[in-house]
Design a protein around this ligand. Sequence first.
Ligand code: KG4
Ligand code: ZN
Length: 364
Amino acid sequence: MATSGTKSPLTVLGIETSCDETAAALVRLAADGSGAILSNVVRSQLDLHAVYGGVVPEIAARAHVELLDAAILQALSEAGLTLDQVDAVAAAAGPGLIGGLIVGVVTAKAIALGRGVPFIAVNHLEAHALTAGLTDGLGFPYLMVLVSGGHTQSLIVRGVGSYQRLGTTLDDALGEAFDKAAKLLGLGYPGGPEVERHAARGRATVKLPRPMLGRSEPHFSLAGLKTALRHEALARAPLSDQDIADLCASFQEAVAGILTDRVSRAFDLYIERMGTCAQRALVVAGGVAANQRLTTALATVAAKHGFRLIVPPAELCTDNAAMIAWTGAMRLAGGLTDDLAAPARARWPLDPDAPPALGAGVKA
Ligand code: KG4
Ligand code: ZN
Protein backbone atom coordinates (compact mmCIF):
# COMPACT_ATOMS: atom_id res chain seq x y z
CA MET A 1 0.00 0.00 0.00
CA ALA A 2 1.08 3.55 -0.61
CA THR A 3 1.17 4.30 3.08
CA SER A 4 4.89 3.96 3.78
CA GLY A 5 5.18 7.73 4.19
CA THR A 6 2.63 7.76 7.03
CA LYS A 7 4.27 9.01 10.23
CA SER A 8 1.26 9.24 12.48
CA PRO A 9 -2.41 8.25 12.33
CA LEU A 10 -4.41 10.28 9.84
CA THR A 11 -8.06 11.08 10.48
CA VAL A 12 -10.15 12.00 7.44
CA LEU A 13 -13.73 13.19 7.07
CA GLY A 14 -15.36 11.68 3.97
CA ILE A 15 -18.45 12.96 2.14
CA GLU A 16 -20.51 11.02 -0.42
CA THR A 17 -23.28 12.66 -2.49
CA SER A 18 -22.81 11.19 -5.97
CA CYS A 19 -26.21 9.51 -6.25
CA ASP A 20 -29.08 9.03 -3.79
CA GLU A 21 -27.21 8.43 -0.53
CA THR A 22 -26.20 11.42 1.59
CA ALA A 23 -23.29 10.11 3.62
CA ALA A 24 -20.53 11.29 5.95
CA ALA A 25 -17.92 9.22 7.78
CA LEU A 26 -14.69 9.45 9.75
CA VAL A 27 -11.90 6.99 9.11
CA ARG A 28 -8.46 6.70 10.69
CA LEU A 29 -5.42 5.35 8.84
CA ALA A 30 -2.86 4.03 11.33
CA ALA A 31 0.90 4.24 10.84
CA ASP A 32 0.98 0.48 10.08
CA GLY A 33 -1.35 1.02 7.08
CA SER A 34 -4.47 -0.43 8.72
CA GLY A 35 -7.74 1.47 8.75
CA ALA A 36 -10.54 1.93 11.27
CA ILE A 37 -14.03 3.31 10.69
CA LEU A 38 -14.80 5.76 13.50
CA SER A 39 -18.30 6.53 12.21
CA ASN A 40 -20.27 5.83 9.07
CA VAL A 41 -23.53 7.74 8.59
CA VAL A 42 -25.71 7.04 5.54
CA ARG A 43 -29.01 8.82 4.98
CA SER A 44 -30.74 7.04 2.13
CA GLN A 45 -33.13 9.03 -0.04
CA LEU A 46 -34.78 5.85 -1.30
CA ASP A 47 -38.30 6.84 -0.22
CA LEU A 48 -38.02 10.18 -2.09
CA HIS A 49 -37.24 8.42 -5.39
CA ALA A 50 -39.17 5.14 -5.08
CA VAL A 51 -42.45 6.63 -6.34
CA TYR A 52 -40.68 7.59 -9.59
CA GLY A 53 -39.15 4.12 -10.05
CA GLY A 54 -35.61 5.54 -10.16
CA VAL A 55 -33.37 8.36 -8.94
CA VAL A 56 -34.50 11.86 -9.97
CA PRO A 57 -31.29 13.97 -10.16
CA GLU A 58 -32.87 17.29 -9.18
CA ILE A 59 -34.65 15.80 -6.16
CA ALA A 60 -31.41 14.07 -5.13
CA ALA A 61 -29.38 17.30 -5.30
CA ARG A 62 -31.92 19.23 -3.19
CA ALA A 63 -32.08 16.43 -0.63
CA HIS A 64 -28.27 16.42 -0.32
CA VAL A 65 -28.39 20.15 0.49
CA GLU A 66 -30.96 19.46 3.21
CA LEU A 67 -29.36 16.35 4.72
CA LEU A 68 -25.60 16.77 4.42
CA ASP A 69 -24.80 19.16 7.31
CA ALA A 70 -26.72 16.98 9.78
CA ALA A 71 -25.02 13.85 8.46
CA ILE A 72 -21.57 15.44 8.99
CA LEU A 73 -22.46 16.55 12.52
CA GLN A 74 -23.76 13.06 13.33
CA ALA A 75 -20.59 11.45 11.95
CA LEU A 76 -18.41 13.74 14.08
CA SER A 77 -20.52 13.13 17.17
CA GLU A 78 -20.54 9.32 16.73
CA ALA A 79 -16.76 9.37 16.30
CA GLY A 80 -16.42 11.59 19.39
CA LEU A 81 -14.41 14.13 17.37
CA THR A 82 -14.54 17.80 16.44
CA LEU A 83 -13.46 19.31 13.13
CA ASP A 84 -10.22 20.41 14.87
CA GLN A 85 -9.17 16.77 14.99
CA VAL A 86 -9.65 16.13 11.28
CA ASP A 87 -6.47 16.02 9.13
CA ALA A 88 -8.23 16.36 5.74
CA VAL A 89 -11.65 16.48 4.14
CA ALA A 90 -12.41 14.19 1.20
CA ALA A 91 -15.48 14.29 -1.03
CA ALA A 92 -16.64 12.13 -3.91
CA ALA A 93 -16.04 14.49 -6.84
CA GLY A 94 -17.23 12.11 -9.56
CA PRO A 95 -18.43 10.23 -11.47
CA GLY A 96 -22.10 10.69 -10.67
CA LEU A 97 -25.01 13.11 -10.76
CA ILE A 98 -23.45 16.54 -11.09
CA GLY A 99 -25.89 18.43 -8.82
CA GLY A 100 -25.25 16.11 -5.89
CA LEU A 101 -21.50 16.01 -6.49
CA ILE A 102 -21.33 19.82 -6.37
CA VAL A 103 -23.11 19.84 -3.00
CA GLY A 104 -20.57 17.43 -1.48
CA VAL A 105 -17.51 19.01 -3.08
CA VAL A 106 -18.44 22.59 -2.13
CA THR A 107 -19.18 21.53 1.45
CA ALA A 108 -15.86 19.68 1.75
CA LYS A 109 -13.92 22.61 0.29
CA ALA A 110 -15.60 25.05 2.69
CA ILE A 111 -14.67 22.92 5.72
CA ALA A 112 -11.11 22.37 4.44
CA LEU A 113 -10.65 26.09 3.78
CA GLY A 114 -12.15 27.08 7.13
CA ARG A 115 -9.97 24.62 9.08
CA GLY A 116 -6.82 25.04 7.00
CA VAL A 117 -6.58 21.33 6.15
CA PRO A 118 -6.18 19.66 2.74
CA PHE A 119 -9.13 18.92 0.45
CA ILE A 120 -9.13 15.66 -1.49
CA ALA A 121 -11.31 15.12 -4.58
CA VAL A 122 -12.04 11.39 -4.58
CA ASN A 123 -13.03 9.33 -7.58
CA HIS A 124 -16.08 7.37 -6.37
CA LEU A 125 -14.99 4.32 -8.38
CA GLU A 126 -11.53 4.42 -6.80
CA ALA A 127 -13.23 4.44 -3.41
CA HIS A 128 -15.14 1.24 -4.30
CA ALA A 129 -11.89 -0.24 -5.59
CA LEU A 130 -9.86 0.52 -2.43
CA THR A 131 -12.49 -0.61 0.12
CA ALA A 132 -10.95 -4.09 0.42
CA GLY A 133 -7.83 -2.49 1.91
CA LEU A 134 -9.98 -1.05 4.67
CA THR A 135 -12.13 -4.12 5.34
CA ASP A 136 -9.66 -6.93 4.71
CA GLY A 137 -6.24 -5.27 4.75
CA LEU A 138 -5.82 -6.46 1.14
CA GLY A 139 -2.57 -5.34 -0.51
CA PHE A 140 -2.03 -4.65 -4.24
CA PRO A 141 -2.50 -5.87 -6.91
CA TYR A 142 -5.90 -7.50 -7.25
CA LEU A 143 -8.78 -7.90 -9.66
CA MET A 144 -11.93 -5.97 -8.99
CA VAL A 145 -15.43 -6.29 -10.40
CA LEU A 146 -17.71 -3.35 -9.72
CA VAL A 147 -21.39 -4.12 -10.22
CA SER A 148 -23.80 -1.34 -9.26
CA GLY A 149 -26.78 0.54 -10.61
CA GLY A 150 -24.54 2.84 -12.64
CA HIS A 151 -21.39 0.81 -13.34
CA THR A 152 -20.30 -2.61 -14.48
CA GLN A 153 -16.53 -2.90 -14.85
CA SER A 154 -13.66 -5.27 -14.23
CA LEU A 155 -10.35 -3.62 -13.37
CA ILE A 156 -6.83 -4.47 -12.34
CA VAL A 157 -6.10 -2.48 -9.18
CA ARG A 158 -2.31 -1.96 -9.19
CA GLY A 159 -2.14 0.72 -6.50
CA VAL A 160 -3.62 4.05 -5.44
CA GLY A 161 -4.34 5.98 -8.66
CA SER A 162 -3.23 3.08 -10.85
CA TYR A 163 -5.96 1.12 -12.61
CA GLN A 164 -6.31 -0.85 -15.76
CA ARG A 165 -9.82 -1.37 -17.00
CA LEU A 166 -10.43 -4.77 -18.52
CA GLY A 167 -14.17 -5.02 -19.13
CA THR A 168 -17.09 -2.63 -19.18
CA THR A 169 -20.72 -2.77 -20.21
CA LEU A 170 -21.71 -1.95 -23.76
CA ASP A 171 -25.20 -0.90 -22.65
CA ASP A 172 -26.96 -1.35 -19.28
CA ALA A 173 -25.22 -1.72 -15.92
CA LEU A 174 -25.93 -4.94 -14.02
CA GLY A 175 -27.98 -3.27 -11.28
CA GLU A 176 -29.83 -1.26 -13.91
CA ALA A 177 -30.74 -4.53 -15.69
CA PHE A 178 -32.15 -5.89 -12.41
CA ASP A 179 -34.10 -2.64 -11.88
CA LYS A 180 -35.54 -2.73 -15.42
CA ALA A 181 -36.41 -6.44 -15.11
CA ALA A 182 -38.25 -5.76 -11.86
CA LYS A 183 -40.11 -2.83 -13.39
CA LEU A 184 -41.35 -4.81 -16.37
CA LEU A 185 -42.52 -7.60 -14.04
CA GLY A 186 -44.41 -5.07 -11.91
CA LEU A 187 -42.08 -5.39 -8.89
CA GLY A 188 -40.81 -2.55 -6.68
CA TYR A 189 -37.71 -0.33 -6.79
CA PRO A 190 -34.81 -0.96 -6.32
CA GLY A 191 -35.36 -4.06 -8.38
CA GLY A 192 -32.35 -6.21 -7.46
CA PRO A 193 -33.52 -7.32 -4.01
CA GLU A 194 -37.08 -7.85 -5.37
CA VAL A 195 -35.87 -10.06 -8.23
CA GLU A 196 -33.67 -12.07 -5.84
CA ARG A 197 -36.57 -12.54 -3.40
CA HIS A 198 -39.00 -13.79 -6.08
CA ALA A 199 -36.30 -15.92 -7.73
CA ALA A 200 -35.90 -17.86 -4.48
CA ARG A 201 -39.27 -19.58 -5.04
CA GLY A 202 -38.97 -19.86 -8.82
CA ARG A 203 -37.53 -22.39 -11.28
CA ALA A 204 -35.05 -21.23 -13.90
CA THR A 205 -36.99 -22.90 -16.70
CA VAL A 206 -37.38 -19.96 -19.12
CA LYS A 207 -34.70 -19.91 -21.80
CA LEU A 208 -33.01 -16.50 -21.94
CA PRO A 209 -29.97 -15.36 -23.95
CA ARG A 210 -26.52 -14.84 -22.43
CA PRO A 211 -25.00 -12.10 -24.63
CA MET A 212 -21.20 -11.91 -25.17
CA LEU A 213 -20.55 -15.43 -23.87
CA GLY A 214 -17.13 -16.67 -24.92
CA ARG A 215 -15.97 -13.33 -26.39
CA SER A 216 -12.27 -12.61 -25.88
CA GLU A 217 -12.80 -9.03 -24.64
CA PRO A 218 -14.28 -9.31 -21.13
CA HIS A 219 -17.07 -6.79 -21.81
CA PHE A 220 -20.67 -7.12 -20.72
CA SER A 221 -23.95 -6.59 -22.53
CA LEU A 222 -27.32 -6.83 -20.80
CA ALA A 223 -29.83 -4.98 -22.97
CA GLY A 224 -30.67 -8.06 -25.08
CA LEU A 225 -31.38 -10.13 -21.97
CA LYS A 226 -33.81 -7.51 -20.72
CA THR A 227 -35.59 -7.40 -24.09
CA ALA A 228 -35.85 -11.20 -24.17
CA LEU A 229 -37.33 -11.14 -20.67
CA ARG A 230 -39.94 -8.62 -21.84
CA HIS A 231 -40.94 -10.93 -24.74
CA GLU A 232 -41.21 -13.94 -22.42
CA ALA A 233 -43.29 -11.94 -19.94
CA LEU A 234 -45.64 -10.70 -22.68
CA ALA A 235 -46.02 -14.23 -24.05
CA ARG A 236 -47.19 -15.44 -20.61
CA ALA A 237 -49.41 -12.47 -19.69
CA PRO A 238 -51.37 -12.25 -17.46
CA LEU A 239 -48.56 -13.37 -15.16
CA SER A 240 -49.26 -15.62 -12.20
CA ASP A 241 -47.11 -15.39 -9.06
CA GLN A 242 -45.35 -18.56 -10.17
CA ASP A 243 -44.67 -17.07 -13.64
CA ILE A 244 -43.05 -14.03 -11.99
CA ALA A 245 -40.95 -16.24 -9.72
CA ASP A 246 -39.85 -18.42 -12.67
CA LEU A 247 -39.00 -15.40 -14.81
CA CYS A 248 -36.98 -13.88 -11.93
CA ALA A 249 -35.11 -17.16 -11.35
CA SER A 250 -34.40 -17.51 -15.07
CA PHE A 251 -33.21 -13.90 -15.36
CA GLN A 252 -30.94 -14.27 -12.33
CA GLU A 253 -29.46 -17.51 -13.71
CA ALA A 254 -28.78 -15.81 -17.05
CA VAL A 255 -27.03 -12.92 -15.25
CA ALA A 256 -24.99 -15.42 -13.20
CA GLY A 257 -23.97 -17.13 -16.46
CA ILE A 258 -22.95 -13.84 -18.07
CA LEU A 259 -21.11 -12.57 -15.00
CA THR A 260 -19.09 -15.75 -14.40
CA ASP A 261 -18.14 -16.06 -18.07
CA ARG A 262 -17.03 -12.43 -18.33
CA VAL A 263 -15.12 -12.55 -15.03
CA SER A 264 -13.44 -15.84 -16.07
CA ARG A 265 -12.06 -13.97 -19.07
CA ALA A 266 -10.91 -11.16 -16.76
CA PHE A 267 -9.04 -13.74 -14.60
CA ASP A 268 -7.12 -14.89 -17.68
CA LEU A 269 -6.26 -11.32 -18.70
CA TYR A 270 -5.19 -10.45 -15.15
CA ILE A 271 -2.71 -13.35 -15.10
CA GLU A 272 -1.55 -12.55 -18.63
CA ARG A 273 -0.78 -8.93 -17.66
CA MET A 274 0.37 -9.33 -14.04
CA GLY A 275 2.18 -12.66 -14.32
CA THR A 276 1.45 -16.04 -12.78
CA CYS A 277 3.03 -15.05 -9.43
CA ALA A 278 0.73 -12.03 -8.86
CA GLN A 279 -1.63 -12.19 -5.90
CA ARG A 280 -4.87 -13.88 -6.97
CA ALA A 281 -7.72 -12.05 -5.30
CA LEU A 282 -11.07 -10.94 -6.69
CA VAL A 283 -12.90 -8.10 -4.96
CA VAL A 284 -16.59 -7.58 -5.69
CA ALA A 285 -18.20 -4.21 -4.94
CA GLY A 286 -21.38 -2.30 -5.72
CA GLY A 287 -24.98 -2.90 -4.69
CA VAL A 288 -25.38 -6.03 -6.84
CA ALA A 289 -22.73 -7.72 -4.64
CA ALA A 290 -25.59 -8.18 -2.14
CA ASN A 291 -27.04 -10.89 -4.44
CA GLN A 292 -26.29 -14.28 -2.87
CA ARG A 293 -26.79 -16.29 -6.05
CA LEU A 294 -24.31 -14.11 -7.95
CA THR A 295 -21.64 -14.13 -5.22
CA THR A 296 -21.99 -17.92 -4.88
CA ALA A 297 -21.50 -18.26 -8.64
CA LEU A 298 -18.47 -15.94 -8.49
CA ALA A 299 -16.99 -17.92 -5.57
CA THR A 300 -17.17 -21.11 -7.64
CA VAL A 301 -15.52 -19.59 -10.70
CA ALA A 302 -12.90 -17.79 -8.57
CA ALA A 303 -11.94 -21.06 -6.85
CA LYS A 304 -11.60 -22.71 -10.26
CA HIS A 305 -9.03 -20.06 -11.25
CA GLY A 306 -7.26 -20.15 -7.86
CA PHE A 307 -8.57 -16.69 -6.88
CA ARG A 308 -9.66 -15.71 -3.36
CA LEU A 309 -13.06 -13.96 -3.36
CA ILE A 310 -13.50 -10.89 -1.18
CA VAL A 311 -16.94 -9.36 -0.77
CA PRO A 312 -16.86 -6.48 1.71
CA PRO A 313 -19.87 -6.25 4.08
CA ALA A 314 -23.01 -5.04 2.27
CA GLU A 315 -22.99 -1.60 3.93
CA LEU A 316 -19.48 -0.99 2.54
CA CYS A 317 -20.27 -2.46 -0.91
CA THR A 318 -23.11 -0.01 -1.50
CA ASP A 319 -22.48 3.73 -1.59
CA ASN A 320 -21.08 5.07 1.69
CA ALA A 321 -18.69 7.76 2.92
CA ALA A 322 -16.30 5.46 4.81
CA MET A 323 -14.85 4.38 1.46
CA ILE A 324 -14.46 8.05 0.47
CA ALA A 325 -12.71 8.90 3.76
CA TRP A 326 -10.45 5.82 3.44
CA THR A 327 -9.47 6.75 -0.11
CA GLY A 328 -8.85 10.31 1.09
CA ALA A 329 -6.59 8.98 3.85
CA MET A 330 -4.65 6.77 1.42
CA ARG A 331 -4.16 9.69 -0.95
CA LEU A 332 -3.22 12.05 1.88
CA ALA A 333 -0.60 9.53 3.07
CA GLY A 334 0.83 9.50 -0.44
CA GLY A 335 0.86 13.32 -0.65
CA LEU A 336 -1.97 13.35 -3.20
CA THR A 337 -4.13 16.29 -2.16
CA ASP A 338 -6.17 18.60 -4.39
CA ASP A 339 -6.49 22.24 -5.18
CA LEU A 340 -9.65 24.07 -4.10
CA ALA A 341 -10.26 24.63 -7.81
CA ALA A 342 -10.67 20.86 -8.39
CA PRO A 343 -14.03 20.42 -10.14
CA ALA A 344 -16.91 18.00 -9.63
CA ARG A 345 -17.01 15.70 -12.66
CA ALA A 346 -20.07 13.85 -13.95
CA ARG A 347 -17.77 11.52 -15.89
CA TRP A 348 -14.41 10.43 -14.54
CA PRO A 349 -13.02 7.11 -15.81
CA LEU A 350 -10.57 5.32 -13.52
CA ASP A 351 -8.48 4.28 -16.47
CA PRO A 352 -8.52 7.18 -18.97
CA ASP A 353 -6.32 5.19 -21.36
CA ALA A 354 -8.78 2.31 -21.72
CA PRO A 355 -9.78 1.91 -25.34
CA PRO A 356 -13.48 2.60 -25.91
CA ALA A 357 -15.47 -0.62 -25.96
CA LEU A 358 -17.01 -0.96 -29.41
CA GLY A 359 -20.60 0.21 -29.34
CA ALA A 360 -20.37 1.21 -25.69
CA GLY A 361 -22.96 3.69 -24.48
CA VAL A 362 -22.72 6.29 -21.74
CA LYS A 363 -21.75 3.78 -19.02
CA ALA A 364 -18.32 3.04 -20.53
O1 KG4 B 1 -23.99 0.46 -5.46
P1 KG4 B 1 -25.43 0.81 -5.33
O2 KG4 B 1 -26.04 0.82 -3.96
O3 KG4 B 1 -25.74 2.22 -5.94
C1 KG4 B 1 -25.24 2.65 -7.15
O4 KG4 B 1 -25.79 2.25 -8.19
O5 KG4 B 1 -24.25 3.41 -7.13
O6 KG4 B 1 -26.22 -0.22 -6.26
C2 KG4 B 1 -27.61 -0.19 -6.42
C3 KG4 B 1 -27.98 -1.28 -7.40
C4 KG4 B 1 -29.45 -1.20 -7.79
O7 KG4 B 1 -29.52 -1.30 -9.19
C5 KG4 B 1 -30.04 -2.44 -7.12
O8 KG4 B 1 -31.14 -2.99 -7.80
C6 KG4 B 1 -28.86 -3.39 -7.09
O9 KG4 B 1 -27.76 -2.57 -6.81
N1 KG4 B 1 -29.02 -4.42 -6.07
C7 KG4 B 1 -29.15 -5.74 -6.34
C8 KG4 B 1 -29.37 -6.38 -5.11
N2 KG4 B 1 -29.35 -5.43 -4.11
C9 KG4 B 1 -29.14 -4.24 -4.73
N3 KG4 B 1 -29.10 -6.40 -7.50
C10 KG4 B 1 -29.28 -7.73 -7.46
N4 KG4 B 1 -29.52 -8.42 -6.31
C11 KG4 B 1 -29.57 -7.79 -5.12
N5 KG4 B 1 -29.81 -8.49 -4.01
ZN1 ZN C 1 -21.13 3.44 -6.06
